[in-house]
Design a protein around this ligand. Structure first.
Ligand SMILES: C[S@@+](CC[C@H](N)C(=O)[O-])C[C@H]1O[C@@H](n2cnc3c(N)ncnc32)[C@H](O)[C@@H]1O
Length: 212
């Protein structure tokens, strides 16, 4: 059961942080699924991380009703690529128009299963947020695909790591190229992991068993 002070009005009248007064935030549609905008400490943590690292190009799985998108776009001048199934017909497909109005030419939306759509994504990114499908396969594939695109010193933030399949996917990925800086997101509601890519070469490259 969530504590009352951690639950924010689902109708999204609150201001995301005390630093901004985002009109875009107020215009977002009613969310048909969970989102970061319900929790003060998630809002603050995401905003602070993006503000601190100032990514130029970002990507996220899980656009939903646009809350994480507004935080990322408000906290920096980044361009943001969002991937979502788009099955919440009264929210997700409408969000891109709102984001385009407030952050012109800074938001791109790709509809479909990210396990497929992200496979063709080859844009170099500085910040990735994994918050799409919370099943093991979707989460692991999102991590693998974002890892391929992340620049050196790029960040990967993974939401809801306390959920079994998400936690298992995070544990099964080889983070050897990354430093775990989850300490920076310790005040998150629930559990998040934050990794920064610090190396480009694996210490022990995988050699195909076909090679003799
Ligand atoms: C928890 S919500 C995202 C919340 C959003 N990041 C926010 O805080 O504003 C999860 C979203 O992931 C999407 N999703 C679920 N499975 C997906 C998949 N396989 N590919 C792409 N999007 C998916 C859902 O449609 C939903 O909108």
């Amino acid at each position: 059961m969530k504590k009352n002070d951690e639950r924010i009005n689902e109708n999204i009248k609150v201001i995301p942080t005390n630093k901004i007064d985002s009109t875009a935030w107020r215009e977002l549609p009613y969310a048909e699924e969970g989102h970061v905008g319900k929790y003060k400490n998630k809002i603050k943590t995401i905003y602070d991380v993006v503000e601190k690292y100032q990514p130029k190009v970002s990507a996220q799985t899980g656009l939903n009703a646009g809350h994480s998108a507004v935080l990322i776009l408000e906290a920096s001048d980044t361009v943001l690529h969002s991937f979502d199934l788009g099955h919440h017909l009264n929210s997700t497909p409408l969000v891109h128009g709102i984001l385009e109005k407030y952050y012109p030419n800074r938001h791109y939306y790709v509809e479909g299963d990210s396990k497929k759509t992200l496979k063709n994504f080859d844009t170099k990114i500085d910040f990735a947020m994994v918050d799409g499908g919370h099943d093991y396969d979707s989460c692991l594939q999102d991590i693998i695909n974002f890892d391929r695109c992340l620049n050196l010193n790029g960040l990967m933030l993974i939401d809801d790591v306390h959920q079994g399949p998400v936690g298992n996917a995070v544990n099964d990925f080889n983070w050897e190229l990354y430093d775990d800086i989850s300490e920076e997101v310790k005040d998150y509601h629930g559990l998040a992991k934050l990794f920064i890519k610090k190396r480009t070469e694996h210490r022990f490259p995988i050699i195909s068993s076909d090679v003799v």
